[in-house]
Design a protein around this ligand. Structure first.
Ligand SMILES: [Zn+2]
Length: 377
């Protein structure tokens, strides 16, 4: 659910947020019930206000990361608040270790700042008043948040800081990700074990939380290590290395029925649509399937194809990793490779598909790092 836009960044609430908001508000209300002389209405309203402020604090934390990322010209795609806090997704990894360090540390610093701010309010306001009670909870929670996020395991902020330090020292991004990912997994296992021990000893709710967060971290650490592995496998490869030189074409006037028959006969899933040797569009199985079967006979390729101006292109020397990301972002399976010919006119020289990228990844994984090193020289 989109709730607004700050600094040009769309802010989303994940559906799990509602659960944690309700649970948090209820626990706060129970806690505030111990305040002498507070009627239930006051317990509830201060509880809701504290919960809202808590999520504003999470948002502030993510905005701190975002502002630094934007400073380095890295686009922030969105901020999502969900059950475990927030996540700011950025368009790409920082290109320098120092950038990653600064982006990562901004979050815990922001939470630390908020802890100081609410501690100040707590000290200056009368101790039984709403402001002091609410500030007391918020300064402790923000401090906890800052400290927890500083644990040196990926994908926590501390893990990113840790990765940036190793990356800066070793100049090896993949190795740094592996180390930070491994320590992230160790922290996750420790939280699961600790939580299990807690449940065993009767500390049930915090124990379950610890287990829950542990599994979440474990999953996230594994995912980011898998991404690093992909990045490593594709290093040094360009579009020209994996592209197929055959570029199947079809005429624009043929019916979808005939196009379907052509696809079934040849197994080729993507065609360029040509008229008088001129490119007018692109046609593929996905687009064909978007038309109900019964209408295939009455529609031509021209009517449903992706028009020329909406086709995405790549050049032969585009790095394969970036190309794969583009394919995934645009949710397309293949992309024509275009090179400028001598007379200046663009010419299609081949196609790269997701499959061909996957094949090279599989092969490289099979043959191991030795051949990867040799091939990238
Ligand atoms: Zn953070």
């Amino acid at each position: 659910m989109r709730i607004g836009k700050i600094l040009g960044i769309p802010i989303y609430l994940h559906s799990t947020w509602i659960i944690i908001f309700a649970a948090n508000t209820y626990l706060l209300k129970e806690q505030f019930a111990q305040q002498p002389g507070w009627p239930p209405a006051k317990q509830w309203s201060v509880g809701i206000l504290t919960s809202l402020l808590f999520f504003a604090c999470l948002l502030f934390h993510e905005l701190a990361h975002s502002v630094v990322a934007q400073h380095y010209k890295i686009r922030v795609l969105s901020i999502t608040l969900f059950i475990f806090g927030g996540v700011a997704s950025i368009e790409r990894d920082p290109s320098k270790a120092i950038q990653e360090f600064n982006i990562a540390i901004a979050g815990p610093l922001a939470s630390g700042f908020l802890a100081g701010f609410f501690l100040g309010l707590f000290v200056f306001f009368p101790s039984n008043g709403a402001v002091a009670v609410l500030s007391d909870w918020l300064w402790k929670t923000n401090l906890l948040l800052a400290l927890f996020n500083l644990l040196p395991g990926f994908p926590l902020d501390g893990g990113r800081i840790f990765r940036a330090i190793i990356w800066g020292a070793s100049k090896n991004f993949s190795k740094a990700t592996r180390v930070a990912g491994t320590s992230g997994r160790l922290i996750a296992y420790a939280m699961i074990l600790l939580g299990g021990f807690g449940v065993f000893k009767g500390v049930v709710v915090p124990g379950l939380w610890s287990i829950f967060i542990g599994f979440f971290l474990l999953n996230a650490a594994q995912e980011s290590m898998a991404q690093a592995a992909i990045r490593e496998t594709l290093t040094g490869l360009r579009a020209a290395d994996v592209m197929s030189h055959e570029v199947p074409t079809v005429g624009r006037a043929i019916s979808l029925e005939d196009y379907g028959a052509e696809v079934l006969r040849t197994g080729r899933r993507c065609h360029l649509v040509i008229t008088d040797d001129r490119l007018v569009g692109m046609m593929n199985v996905h687009t064909l399937n978007s038309v109900p079967r019964g209408e295939w006979a009455h529609n031509s390729v021209q009517a449903v194809m992706i028009p020329r101006e909406r086709i995405l292109w790549a050049t032969p020397d585009e790095p394969l990793l970036g190309l794969l990301e583009r394919l995934l972002t645009a949710d397309i399976n293949q992309i024509p490779i275009v090179s400028g010919s001598d007379d200046g006119a663009a010419q299609i020289i081949g196609m790269v598909s997701r499959d061909s990228i996957l094949r090279v990844m599989q092969t490289r994984a099979e043959l191991g790092p030795l051949s990867v090193g040799a091939a990238s020289k």
